[in-house]
Design a protein around this ligand. Sequence first.
Ligand SMILES: [Mg+2]
Length: 162
Amino acid sequence: MDDEAVYTSPTPRYTQLEALEVDHVLDILGEEAFHIAKAKGWWPEPKSPRQLVQEYLDRGGPDRESLEQLVHDARQTAGTSEAQLIALAHAELSEALEEVRRGEHRMSTAIPQYKAVVEELADVVLRVLNHAHGKSYDLAGAIRAKMEYNRTRPKYHGGKRF
Ligand SMILES: [Mg+2]
């Protein structure tokens, strides 16, 4: 086969209707990942500055411990930071890498019907879905738009080796 032919822009393998179904499934998965995370205490409801200060005073401030608690609460209730969400997705990728480094192809203990590396890759996707839903991002639309863009890119775009 002509090498260049492999790198031409293939036409979409899914119909417009299938694309909408994929969007819908991703939206549902994102919503579910978010609701599970929220039910486990992540994504706390934001508190107003007045609430935070009142709780600080109720704890008997001003003292260092109460003030530290105030700062901690303010950070927690400012909404889960995007840097934190991205770092947590990184952490799951690192867990996948560590599974590959072991070279044992061991099975997951949480979901024993799957290899541990697959569980960690699932964690990455769940983290990203949770992040996107929590920040009201149109992840499904962006994925399809990016795939369309990737379709138009040249062979080894950017001249990189891998
Ligand atoms: Mg994990």
